[in-house]
Design a protein around this ligand. Structure first.
Ligand code: SF4
Length: 696
């Protein structure tokens, strides 16, 4: 007998930044998941993770009641404890002695309320997010070049481009549906080309027409060389440069100086001259070029410079904001961009307004009617946990993320948390690696149970909608934060009754940003919250239906070239730690596996942590393919199963970032990773830690 359908709900996948639309059909036999054929991100497609969402909804392992000290408590007791301890800590040690560490998994409404409480009512900017680990180098690069954190293009550009350059992005595994769209476009027109720039021969590189297995960290050199080449071969758009940009001469001068010849670039990047030349020729000759990048660019101590080196090449050719042409950052998380919109980073304000601009601060404070407003940046993620370890931050509230697994130098993060006088964790899961450090645990609603919005990599805002009831005593994150705010004495500003009310406030605040000639503007949004269809901002009087591409017509100030110099990664390999560790995702797991680890279908793909190494390195180190190996860095150790792969660049080893002590014996990759960060963005250098590998 077929299952009885109760209802079908239109929602959005909670995993990657592609932001695919999902139809969730609740039946008496469970929840059936399909791609939403009408959603413009995926047109009905789903990847392995998205299509298995229905298998991840069990309540096993869920946190269903508040707990204080590991003992079940009432909501009143838990919320009073959190509010009381935060208030006391602020009274005794000042507002900068407390912090929130939040997440690109939060919905925009949750993020908005958390940011408002910390910056406007507590009066500190100590709210940072795991998006710092993901795309903050891109945010910083965008701000330097565009004056605002803007992704100029849209997914359709990938299908209209004649050349797509993928830099530091295993799109095939990490953003699978977008990669399927890209491959389908090439099948439709085989003249289209894909270039992949990545030290590893990933699944993405396998599908590319040209793979440049670049030396880790040498991207700025490659793109400075490209700028020099384009000028030398007279392929620049001087009309665009003249009318819309500034800083060209300095950027070109630095490119010429640092990337003087093609052989010098090829040697510095560890590439064959012929491959570099082929890439440069293709780029020079192809007007409709999209350069897309992801964490291989961002997660670097020169991540911001890498972003600007890419942007320089697009500004110099005028290939920006045009159909099939532009630079494109792919965000990792489902709502990394939504968090950016509400200012959920320690160096942002809200609605793309600037923390360091007194007028912007006054505007936001007046809008919030708040007693104070943070007036200087707070601690950025890595630094925030260091400040906890040093006793500067004495109360921290961690929401929807697990820094005990996902931050670099994870053992130091754990030590810091164990010494912190007060740790609050709001999460869906009960027994995470983080939970053992929590003084109070607050049960949050999970995907399928909560309502709100997310923004994907192409600025498209979509609804997540509930199709399941709230289990146990779990509550929406926005409600939990607002209740704590109320108990801290800020009730008048946090009396929200629904996410729709919070979103309406966010929209209204964006109108101020729009008046400031910020592109981020939702003031023209007319649709009722419940009926909101996927829409790309800005949405205003000029673009009431949203905006697929941002045109750069000089109306919002000149675009800026940034002169960038190649820099080596901070920690170089040496005799003790001779290999370079690179970490990343695998196809069928998400973050710390709390959801994807629940389904055998997904765990069957790769069931345990592995260390991928070139066979020549493996044999030299007496490793056996398939045997266990121990990896050591200056920061910690981990075990993984050896995989020989000729696609691994000699001298490097790749380990996935998903496993932790909670789901494997000793597979915590981030115990190994160095905590060096980009000096501009604060993003950690996950892709370059010196390690040694030995048989276990
Ligand atoms: Fe979800 Fe990303 Fe897969 Fe789409 S591509 S179904 S958003 S994980």
């Amino acid at each position: 007998m077929s299952p009885i359908v109760q209802r079908t709900v239109r929602t959005t996948c909670p995993y990657c930044g592609v932001g695919c639309g999902v139809l969730a059909t609740v039946t008496d036999a469970g929840v059936a998941i399909q791609g939403d054929p009408d959603h413009p991100a995926n047109f009905g497609r789903l990847c392995s993770k998205g299509s298995a969402l229905g298998e991840t909804l069990s309540l096993d392992s869920r946190l269903l009641h508040p707990e204080i000290g590991g003992i079940r408590a009432s909501w009143d007791e838990a919320l009073d404890t959190v509010a009381g301890r935060f208030r006391e800590t602020i009274e005794r040690h000042g507002p900068d002695s407390v912090a929130f560490y939040v997440s690109g998994q939060l919905l925009t409404e949750d993020y908005y309320v958390a940011n408002k409480l910390m910056k406007g009512f507590i009066g500190s900017a100590n709210i940072d997010t795991n998006s710092r680990l993901c795309m903050s180098s891109t945010v910083a690069g965008h701000k330097r070049a565009f004056g605002e954190d803007l992704v100029p293009g849209c997914y359709e550009d990938l299908e209209r481009a004649d050349l797509v350059v993928l830099v530091g992005s295993n799109t095939a595994w990490c953003h699978p549906v977008l990669f399927q769209r890209l491959l389908a476009a090439r099948r439709a027109d085989p003249k289209r080309r894909i270039v992949c720039i990545d030290p590893r021969r990933t699944a993405t590189a396998e599908s590319a027409d040209l793979h440049l297995a670049i030396r880790p960290g040498s991207d700025v050199l490659l793109f400075n060389g490209l700028l020099h080449y384009l000028r030398h071969n007279d392929r620049l758009d001087f009309d665009f440069i003249e009318r819309h940009t500034e800083g060209y001469a300095a950027a070109l001068g630095t490119a010429r100086e640092t990337a003087p010849t093609l052989p010098a670039v090829a040697a510095g990047c560890g590439l064959a001259e012929s491959d570099v030349a082929q890439f440069y020729r293709l780029f020079a000759a192809t007007e409709r070029t999209v350069t897309l990048w992801s964490q291989g660019v961002n997660q670097s101590t020169s991540g911001t410079d890498k972003v600007n080196a890419i942007l320089n090449a697009h500004l110099a050719t005028g290939r920006i904001g045009k159909p099939g042409a532009g630079p494109f950052s792919l965000t990792g998380q489902p709502n990394a961009m939504g968090g950016r919109e509400v200012g959920g980073l320690a160096n942002q304000l809200a609605a793309h307004l600037d923390l360091d601009d007194p007028r912007h601060r006054r505007q936001v404070q007046a809008f919030w009617r708040s007693p104070r407003i943070a007036d200087r940046p707070g601690h950025l993620a890595v630094d925030l946990f260091r400040a906890i370890g040093e006793g500067k931050i004495r109360a921290v509230w961690i929401m929807a993320t697990n820094p005990a697994v996902s931050l670099p130098d994870a053992n130091a993060v754990r030590s810091a948390l164990s010494a912190c006088p007060f740790v609050v964790v709001s999460d869906c899961e009960r027994d995470t690696d983080l939970a053992r450090f929590a003084h109070v645990q607050l049960p949050a609603l999970a995907w399928g149970e909560k309502d709100g919005t997310v923004t994907n990599s192409e600025r498209r805002i979509s609804r997540q909608r509930a199709f399941l009831g709230a289990p146990g005593e779990a509550r929406p994150d926005w409600w939990i934060i607002a209740e704590v705010a109320r108990r801290m004495g800020f009730g008048a500003a946090f009396g929200y009754r629904s996410p729709a009310e919070i979103f309406a406030e966010h929209v209204a605040l964006s109108g101020i940003a729009g008046a400031e000639k910020r592109r981020f503007d939702l003031s023209g949004l007319q649709t009722a919250y419940d009926d909101l269809t996927p829409t790309q901002w800005p949405v205003n009087a000029g673009h009431p239906q949203g905006t697929p591409r941002l045109a750069f017509d000089g109306g919002s100030g000149k675009l800026k070239f940034v002169a960038v110099r190649p820099r080596l990664p901070v920690n170089a390999p040496d005799a003790d730690y001779p290999l370079i560790l690179n970490t990343g995702r695998i196809r069928d797991q998400w973050h710390t596996m709390t959801r994807t680890g629940k389904t055998p279908r997904l765990t069957a793909h790769i069931p345990e942590p592995f260390a991928e190494i070139h066979p020549a390195d493996g044999e030299r180190l007496a490793l056996a393919d398939g045997a266990l190996a121990r990896l050591d860095s200056r920061y910690g150790s981990a075990l993984a199963r050896v995989r020989f792969s000729a696609g691994q660049r000699p001298g490097t080893v790749f380990v996935p970032m998903h496993w932790s002590e909670g789901n494997s014996r000793q597979g915590l990759a981030n115990a190994l990773v160095n905590p060096a960060v980009d000096p501009v963005s604060g993003e950690p250098e996950f892709k370059h830690t010196p390690v040694r590998v030995a048989p276990y």
